[in-house]
Design a protein around this ligand. Sequence first.
Ligand SMILES: C[S@@+](CC[C@H](N)C(=O)[O-])C[C@H]1O[C@@H](n2cnc3c(N)ncnc32)[C@H](O)[C@@H]1O
Length: 389
Amino acid sequence: MDMKMERDFHMINGDGDSSYANNSSIQRKAIIATQPMVENAIQDVCADLQPQSMVVADLGCSSGANTLLFVSEVIATASEKIPTNNKTKESTMEVQFFLNDLPGNDFNHIFRLLEQFKQSTMQHCTHRGLQPPPHYVAGMPGSFYTRLFPCNSVHLFHSSFSLMWLSQVPEHLDNNMNKGNIHIGVSTPPLVAQLYLNQFEKDFSRFLQLRCKELVPGGRMVLTILGRKNSDVIHGGGAINSNCELLSQALHTLIAEGCVEQEKLDSFNMPMYGPSPDELKQLVQRSQLLDMVDIQVFDLTSDAVEKSKLEVGATASATQDNVHEAIGHNNAATLRAIMESLFANHFGESIIDDLFAVYAHNVTQQLETPEKKGGVTVISMSLQTKVLK
Ligand SMILES: C[S@@+](CC[C@H](N)C(=O)[O-])C[C@H]1O[C@@H](n2cnc3c(N)ncnc32)[C@H](O)[C@@H]1O
């Protein structure tokens, strides 16, 4: 059965050990790194558009602390920047949040966290002598490659670590065109890499068009995407390519052990693409709908490294090998929380434990090579709709 993102893709739900909520600290780092860009965008929206109700939507919000971290950043900035009524000291603006993700996302997990979140936000703000604006949170299921909101209704779109997911496996990428790989690997034919780029261009351009219809004139977007610095997509493809390369190697091991059929590997391609800053700039320019206010590239160190040093460092007899093993384990848990649903759908649930165990082992082995310790590149853009639409 062909992969369908709306039906087949979701992060691991809930707040258990293997959940996305508990294995998403690198994504958290991206939200923290881009906080100043979000603050600037909110300040500009408040100053230029002076909305009575500011509508803010987070696209690809997932569930857990990261989702609410973004919400709390907006509330904190709004409490500082929005004028208050002189007499009542109440904020003159309200904020409406929409949290969007695919239908399989664990929205209930977010909703269950909201009551406690509201209390801690209130405490946090009053502690600093601030009054949070009245705010309302709603879920908005659906693909961000479709229309989600009425025309001219949103002031700020935010999306972090989500837009590298394509709407589908690249069009015209047929079975057997990318044999032995699950993404753009070193043995991937250039035509296949081009099909990946074509799909990204099509999806991202569509995304910009749809959002521009939904934004009020002068509205803003802050988009953070897992990408790459290098223009060469095959040899300098960034974290997505290198993680997928290690995952395909793990699948080859399972094929050799007779647990996976070669045909299954040859017919599987990950619907992801990590763009370069130049590719993004060109697409924004080509859209003719938006001005690029700011673009920044961040190198984040995988938290697996720090977390593992902490975990293992607690033992006096910790060795370099123990740290590398823990890094492999943590890196595998991060990837599994994101990708398990797609792999289970195509290869069957029964191989998942083995697949990620072999992957963890491969990561550990690779750490013996010093140049393989690379971090994760994310590209963040602040965009504003051209006022004359
Ligand atoms: C790695 S998570 C990032 C979540 C969160 N923004 C964070 O920073 O932790 C990527 C999220 O994007 C969502 N996603 C992927 N494609 C999507 C689409 N077409 N429409 C809406 N959400 C999508 C996934 O379901 C997933 O929850």
